[in-house]
Design a protein around this ligand. Sequence first.
Ligand code: ATP
Length: 436
Amino acid sequence: MEDIVSLCKRRGFIFPGSDVYGGMAGTWDYGPLGVTLKRKIKQAWWDYFVENRDDIYGIDAAIIMNPRTWVASGHAATFSDPLVECKECHQRFRADKIADVSEKVTPDEFRAAHVKCPNCGKENWDDVKQFNMMFTTHVGSVEDDSSKAYLRPETAQGIFTNYKNVVDTIYPDLPFGLAQQGKAFRNEISPRDFVFRSREFEQMEIEYFVDPTTWEENFEKLHKACYDFLENKMGLPSSMIHDLEVAPEDRAHYSKRTIDVEFDYPIGREELMGIAYRTDFDLGNIQRESGKNMEYRDKNTGETFVPHVIEPSFGVERLVMAVLTSAYTEDDVNGEKRIVLKLPENLAPYRFCVSPLLKNKPELVAKAKEVYKKLREKYTNVTWDDSGNIGKRYRKQDEIGTPKCIVIDFDTLEDNTVTVRDRDTTGQVRVDINML
Ligand code: ATP
């Protein structure tokens, strides 16, 4: 994990948030390479689940929503984690992360677990309390209870609250899905493990509305689609992805089936994403809270019912971390350790790097610029590198995952061919410029 964090900082992928002021716990900033990687991941997801399907439509809802949203969804009352404070050193922890107890642990259960404080080693705890993780803010110029609002802790509710508007405007056939990507905010008790548990992060969620009698087959289809996306678009090895069928007592109260899809991160096997059958819990609650009818009318049979929902929910940061984890490789080239990010070509921040063999030979630089310009006309994400010597350039491009390096040397001036060097094998071939 440390190697990946250090590579991310050294090469401009991910920096600690507000680094210049000593950081801001639970926040991370993406640098030039990281933001490109993240955007490519998000775009691949959007293409796969929205653009290339006929049954899933996109939306983009506001982050600050009417507070009634969070009353209806249950977040105001129950979106909490169990918090314990050590009476000796006053450090606070999430109880279920330091003891073998559930998220709903009672003070007595926690005491019975006899856990020592991970900070000072003593066993002198205050009672466990439930801590609501939503960030509050005030809307408008008056700061009182009537102006209190929340930063959304999930993107899902922005989808549910738009369900009726979408049905009334584009009349989609059931089953259909609504997808959204965007920021979510959770005041995590202990943000940790790099971007894995952040306080500000991005989600990509789909609410897939189905006839209740068909939920099982639709659950299976979406589950399969998620695996296809993770393996074939994100390049994650199937051996590193695992299903955890969440036991009834551990599921959210509204869910009749949940699968946590876990990944073998360097920090251990942890949740990458989840797929939940949420029944009609959300639409039913909105119907009650708003008084608006959430029923869907079947165009063929005329039957009306509140659709049930299957929700695949992805965290962007956890996907970024999984992609980096599976791409990070150390090997040995000519007796020297080499770090290489074997990113899938569709995700690598740069596709090609063009360089002149020597930067102090104007004729090589001019020819290399010509090749660079030609590729630039055809492709995005081409980079230019004439720093250091060629060996150093290869090392740098390997570390940032550039699949191909194109080098212009003296032979190029004679026969119009260039060296194309492959990131993964380090093999080199001569290619005519017109064939690039
Ligand atoms: P965990 O049990 O790890 O706290 P969760 O079950 O609360 O996660 P969900 O509410 O199901 O997570 O959120 C859906 C997805 O959003 C998760 O699978 C994960 O990818 C992502 N996610 C949730 N919390 C965070 C966070 N604090 N930082 C980064 N990603 C997160």
